[in-house]
Structure formats: structure tokens, C-alpha cells
Design a protein around this ligand. Structure first.
Ligand code: ATP
Ligand code: MG
Length: 323
């Protein structure tokens, strides 16, 4: 991955201050990179900053967010809501012991939930949007299935975690690319254009489309009516990267490299909002089943989470290394 010229990295609009309800989501494409840990930590810090927060374990197949919060598996989970054992999503909210921070636990007792149907997804989202809180923060779990990407795309703040390893970086980039194609598909307007978007996902497609930018060119030639909507989808997509488990300066730069790659190859304006160092205090807290932010408040990792939360609330991004 090469660095893009600064002009390509136009500023991403700030996340609106959560004066209204907002949905934030945290995905990553890959397993075991710290999504749940960061979700719990961000949720904690948002609550400490005076926001009313509901953390949602949307990792429906492998839920364990409660453990990062130092809690036992709650008796009622999203599975009970999905299976209509309870009617209201409020009924599966549990207190975390941190003022202002509540949890909707995942649905590990209901494995089919990992492949929930569209109507169930819409039901969850509508109910979450209706909660009387400032921020609903979704821990999306691993992978880039449509369910995960759809939760990512409906969010007001879409965060993508990567760690500085090639597999995670590739997955993170591919996650953004899949999410972009999903957005483009959503505004295709008719079946012919939709099929063209789908064909673009096949690397050997007949139109020779290799990137979303190629796709836009082909749409402009063949279906000019659809072009404006698609260009708007690209222009309004603003994913935000967080790099976790940073050990040195080269690791810190991974976020900038991803932003540059998204601009250059996808035409997407993303931003790099912060990084969290790799620290023994983090895994030690998890091993003791404690909330890391409370357990190791003095650690560098905790300090970075506080900075990251402040930056997200203010809409700041990390200064570019060449700025
Ligand atoms: N900054 C860090 N420093 C040290 N260890 C870390 C850090 N971040 C995460 N870890 C370790 O990585 C483990 C995995 O983190 P976590 O469970 O949050 O990953 P995940 O991406 O949610 O995984 P899954 O995809 O399985 O849900 C943690 O239990 C912790 O031990
Ligand atoms: Mg997790």
C-alpha cells in the first residue's frame, strides 16, 4: 500500500455531537482483534463523559461482550427478543454497574441468530433507534456477512478495527470494499444495474470491472440515470479506522495507509481516528474477567481510549504524518 497525496485525503465530516440519538458500530472483518474490548472500553468512556449508552452485543453467533464488562452471561439476551419471549428490547437491557452504561447481550443460546432474517434485523434496528439514550454502540463481531455490513452501514459512526498484521489489514480493506458495493447495490434502481453491481464482485467479470471506480465508469456509459445516486453513495460513505495492538511507529501508520488505499482504490473518504497500544494490562484484565478501563485506568491503552472517545465526539482525526 502506498501513501496517497494529501489532496486525496479530504477531511471527513465530524460525527455529529450526540445531541440526538446515534448508532455507532464497531466491526473489523477479522476475529480476535479487540472489537469487543474496544466496544466495551468506548462504551465505558462515553458513559463516563456523561452520555447515556447502550452497548449491544450484535455478535450473534459468538457473543462475549458481557465478559469484557466483567459480567456473567445475563439471563435475558437479544435471542429472547428475537424469539419473542419478551416483547420489548428494553426487557433485555441489563445494568453494567457503570452509571449510564447498559448492555444488550448477544444470543449465543440461539445459534440460528447468526443468520437472522432481514425482517428481524429491521425489527432490532427500529427498536434500538427508539431507545431513549444518547449512543447505541454495536459490537459487530467478526466477518463481513451482509448482516454485519448492514448494521455497519446504518450507523451514524461506522468504526473499523484493524491490527497491524497483513491478514487484518486485508480483511479491513475488503470489509470497506464489500460495504461500498452493498451501498451501491442499494441504489441500483433496477435489476440490470443491480446485476452489473453483483457482477463486479466476480474478479473475471465481462465488463472488466476491477474496482468500484471502474464500476462507476461503466454505469456512467451504460446507465447514466443511475450514476448520480451511486456517486452520492461513494461520497457520503465515511468509515473510520481504529488501529489496535500497536507496538511501534510503523504500526501507528497502518491507519494512514488504509485511509490512503481507500481513497486511491475505492474513491472512499475514510479517516483514521486513533490507535490503542498493545499492553499486558489489557489481556490481564480480560483474563481476570474485569472491565479493562476500570481495572487499568492508568495504562497507556486506557489513555488512548479516552483520547479516541474524545476525538470521536469532536470529529477529529489523527494528523497525517506528512502534515
Ligand atoms: N490493545 C491490546 N493489548 C493487549 N491485548 C489485547 C489488546 N486488544 C485486545 N487484546 C487481547 O485480544 C483478545 C481478543 O479481544 P476481543 O475479544 O475484544 O476480540 P474480538 O475482535 O472481539 O474477537 P471476536 O471476533 O472473537 O469477537 C482480548 O481478550 C485481549 O486478550
Ligand atoms: Mg468480540
Amino acid at each position: 500500500m502506498t501513501a496517497a497525496a494529501p489532496a486525496e485525503l479530504a477531511a471527513v465530516p465530524p460525527a455529529a455531537k450526540p445531541s440526538r440519538r446515534q448508532i455507532w458500530s464497531l466491526g473489523g472483518g477479522k476475529g480476535g482483534i479487540g472489537k469487543s474490548l474496544l466496544a466495551a472500553s468506548l462504551g465505558y468512556q462515553l458513559a463516563r463523559s456523561g452520555r447515556r449508552v447502550v452497548l449491544v452485543d450484535a455478535d450473534l453467533g459468538g457473543s462475549n461482550l458481557h465478559t469484557c464488562l466483567g459480567l456473567e452471561m445475563p439471563a435475558l439476551t437479544l435471542g429472547d427478543f428475537l424469539q419473542r419471549r419478551v416483547e420489548r428490547i428494553e426487557d433485555v437491557l441489563v445494568d453494567t454497574g457503570v452509571p449510564g452504561l447498559r448492555l444488550v447481550s448477544g444470543a449465543s443460546d440461539f445459534l440460528a441468530a447468526a443468520n437472522i432474517k432481514h425482517v428481524q434485523k429491521v425489527r432490532i434496528l427500529n427498536r434500538l433507534r427508539g431507545l431513549d439514550v444518547d449512543v447505541v454502540l454495536l459490537d459487530l463481531g467478526a466477518g463481513s456477512s451482509f448482516n454485519i455490513i448492514d448494521f455497519f452501514l446504518i450507523s451514524d459512526v461506522s468504526l473499523l478495527t484493524v491490527i497491524p498484521e497483513p491478514t487484518s489489514i486485508e480483511n479491513g480493506y475488503r470489509f470497506i470494499k464489500s460495504a461500498l458495493y452493498r451501498r451501491l447495490r442499494g441504489v441500483a434502481g433496477n435489476e440490470t444495474v443491480r446485476q452489473l453491481v453483483d457482477s463486479a464482485l466476480d474478479a473475471k467479470n465481462e465488463a472488466g470491472i476491477r474496482t468500484p471506480l471502474d464500476l462507476l465508469r461503466v454505469v456512467a456509459e451504460r446507465h447514466p440515470d443511475a450514476e448520480a445516486d451511486m456517486r452520492r453513495e461513494v461520497a457520503t460513505f465515511h468509515p473510520r479506522f481504529v488501529v489496535n495492538q500497536v507496538r511501534d511507529e510503523a504500526d501507528q501508520r497502518v491507519g494512514h495507509q488504509l485511509v490512503a488505499a481507500c481513497a486511491r482504490h475505492l474513491g472512499v473518504r475514510s479517516s483514521y481516528v486513533g490507535y490503542v497500544p498493545y499492553e499486558d494490562a489489557v489481556w490481564r484484565a480480560v483474563r481476570r474477567r474485569r472491565l479493562f478501563m476500570a481495572e487499568a485506568a492508568e495504562s497507556r491503552a486506557a489513555e488512548h481510549i479516552r483520547r479516541l472517545t474524545g476525538a470521536l465526539l469532536q470529529g477529529e482525526t489523527l494528523p497525517l504524518p506528512w502534515a
